[in-house]
Design a protein around this ligand. Sequence first.
Ligand code: ZN
Length: 326
Amino acid sequence: MKYSEQAFERAEAELSKRRKRAEEIHIKRTEEIERVAPEIATLQKSLAATGAELMRLVVERREDVPEIIEKVKEKNLSTQETIKDLLEVVKGDRSYLDVPYFCNVCKDTGYVNGTRCECLKKLLRKYTIDEVNQNCHIKLHDFNEFRLEYYDTGSINGVVPRDKMAQIYQFCRDYALNFGKGSPSLFFFGRTGLGKTFLSSCIAKRVMENGFNVAFGSILDFLRTIENERFGRAEGDTLDILINADLLILDDLGSEFQTSFNESALYDIINSRINLDRPTIISTNLSASELNGRYNERIVSRITGCFDPIPFVGKDIRHVKRQLRY
Ligand SMILES: [Zn+2]
């Protein structure tokens, strides 16, 4: 995945904030221990002093340096253990005097042996996708904002919308909660105003809160951005970002212009994500026959073959919502 320059700047700023925070806590704790448990502070100081002593021996090129180093090391280890035992008694936390880095692997520097640490990669992915989502004007919602009472209790062709939506709601909640690499791709379909975008936004929010990268937006906006980037009218690599996000939610399939560019970009996104085993959620107001009439067979067969269909049923809840509000 290519990261934007802005993402690098933001990641660097975040790492520096984390380091600063960890060091401040460390200083405060050290001062506290000096006050409440001076015996621990003394042991800490003796540890620091042996470092200086060893340095002196090395500089003097004494022959017995290796044996001395071994001995000092052993002593230091036992002193460290004593310190931890005392901290356990005084603070109930053996690592109370360790610098509390956010990432102990790279000590919040972002690099290990010259290569990017996982924590840095995670920040870069997040910030790069944030930039893409900035163009998305869909509001994110919480699952508990969902109102089942907007849905009808009368049966339509043997299906009671409120019952069906209760099932779908539960399914979406579980999906978001358990989201991971092996999660299935979903195809939300049904008429306008049945809550497809709403539930998609709930999934997006929860999955993001669980630490995954989610690209979420209308297919129309995404394809427009990709086209502008392709023809040099804008900077960025939205196509690459959409393909690599942990979860991609494409809202309102069918709202985009029917052009060969859009069709091939859409196929590229859907197909690449399937091959990479990355879940995608697509929502559409199109019926099955409209879908078949509008898209070429390659796209339709990828969607029908690799996505779990989730049918939204009922009457447009936007009218009910308005009525209930007044
Ligand atoms: Zn790290």
